[in-house]
Design a protein around this ligand. Structure first.
Ligand SMILES: *[C@@H]1O[C@H](CO)[C@@H](O)[C@H](O)[C@H]1NC(C)=O
Ligand SMILES: *[C@@H]1O[C@H](CO)[C@@H](O)[C@H](O)[C@H]1NC(C)=O
Ligand SMILES: *[C@@H]1O[C@H](CO)[C@@H](O)[C@H](O)[C@H]1NC(C)=O
Ligand SMILES: [Cu+2]
Length: 235
């Protein structure tokens, strides 16, 4: 596994000081430990709500940003009120596939309205060339939306909805109230992001299913080199 990992991350390693699989750039990670990132449920992070950084997560839509060192990654966004992360995960957003390394920002990931006032975990799980990788956020669920795009940008990678049974198996329900198997296909994104009945989630814009519309905004020639400033901040 180690050699596979080295190969998979080789391109990234050449350009940076860290051999990172992926980093959560926002909200703050509960802990990034590169060598332990394959450990469920939170990549080896210590889940300490007293001493760790607890971030507000707006249930109407919260920006979630990643920096991927892999050329292809499938992303699962999920959360639980179980502060140990042992189970009861709810899917927050359709599973996406990122083609191309670098930055990706999903700017409005929603959570269940009923979680407002509770603390729990938000987790991003990556399925890529070296298997499943985990990052978590110690979350304080609050109402409304956030448009704070600090540390949340798109690079040159393209992103579209994708069916990934492995990731689908890591959730027991979704925001739409369906179970895992009913949300597995690349259905129109309203499935997971806008049918929770919340009146405040209108800005949690579903990801369009048209792949052509999903290509990130033209941000010029941002490439791997553009990842370095963000990486520097994150380290
Ligand atoms: C599981 O999560 C739901 C919210 O989605 C909550 O109502 C329920 O109490 C949780 N069950 C356990 C055992 O934590
Ligand atoms: C989950 O969805 C499948 C397919 O629609 C259905 O057959 C199954 O009964 C559902 N399970 C639960 C617990 O709702
Ligand atoms: C990044 O691109 C995705 C689609 O590829 C889009 O849903 C998201 O809103 C974009 N993020 C930003 C910050 O514009
Ligand atoms: Cu990797």
């Amino acid at each position: 596994m180690a050699s596979f990992k080295s190969v998979a991350c080789a391109t990234f390693a050449l350009l940076s000081v860290a051999n990172a699989h992926f980093q959560l750039t926002t909200p703050a990670s509960a802990g990034f430990i590169d060598d332990d990132e394959d450990k469920s449920p939170c990549g080896g992070a210590t889940l300490d709500f007293d001493k760790g950084t607890v971030s507000d997560f707006h249930v109407g839509g919260q920006p979630v940003g990643m920096l991927s060192g892999h050329t292809q990654t499938n992303w699962l966004f999920r959360g639980t009120l179980d502060k140990t992360g042992s189970g009861n995960w709810t899917q927050f957003f359709p599973i996406l596939q990122q083609s191309g390394a670098g930055k990706f920002c999903e700017k409005a990931v929603p959570a269940p309205e009923s979680w407002v006032g509770s603390q729990g975990l938000v987790s991003v799980v990556a399925n890529g060339p070296d298997g499943l990788l985990y990052q978590c956020v110690l979350a304080n669920f609050v109402s409304g939306t956030s448009d704070d795009l600090t540390n949340c940008q798109n690079g040159t990678a393209t992103v579209s909805e994708f069916t990934d049974p492995t990731l689908q198996g890591l959730v027991s329900g979704s925001l739409s109230g369906g179970n895992a198997s009913t949300t597995s296909s690349a259905t129109p994104s309203s499935t997971a992001s806008s049918s929770s009945g919340s009146g405040t989630s209108s800005t949690a814009t579903p990801t369009p299913t048209n792949a052509a519309a999903l290509v990130g905004p033209a941000l010029g020639s941002l490439g791997l080199a553009a990842m370095l400033p963000v990486l520097g901040l994150a380290l």
